[in-house]
Design a protein around this ligand. Sequence first.
Ligand SMILES: [Fe+2]
Ligand SMILES: [Fe+2]
Length: 194
Amino acid sequence: MSAVSFIDFRTPASGFEQPIEIWQATHTRIARMNNMLQRLADFLKKNPVDTNAGVTAASLRRYFDEAARRHHEDEELDLFPRLLSRLNQQSSGPAAEHVGATIHALLADHEEMHDLWATLRAQLLLIEAGKDPGFDDAQVMLFVTRYRAHMEIEDNEIAPALKRMLDARDLQEIGRAMAARRGVEWEELAAARP
Ligand SMILES: [Fe+2]
Ligand SMILES: [Fe+2]
């Protein structure tokens, strides 16, 4: 396994004033981690588990356990409910109904992705312990393709709706909640600003 360089899990010290941008940037990171997962599965098809494979497995496990979980919470607890509430208040008709139905489908996806992750996680733990996980390629492919399709819908359909429907106060409240979820104090951010 080619050496996996240090992976930065730190939360950026600022940016929560623009929570939608932070949220979408996480999609780019998740896509990168999915590529890494696929590379690991490809490597283990032809090679035994080695130290670098173990390090990669640990990085992937930590990322999906911590950062991806918080990302889903941002959506489930803050972004999606706020968007649904604004849609209910401000508009009706097919467009609003479509976004509402899309959000419900995305939430159902989260459940399914969570189950897929539980299986992969157990396999990554084996790799971390230096054991052959017997990686199920179909399972890896399913996880990666589900995630990709899911994030495309969020970027193409939900992001424009969020930008259209949420006002400055919504964004501030969501940014605060996202910062708190990562242990970042909003006041610290305010104080750090020039
Ligand atoms: Fe999602
Ligand atoms: Fe997402």
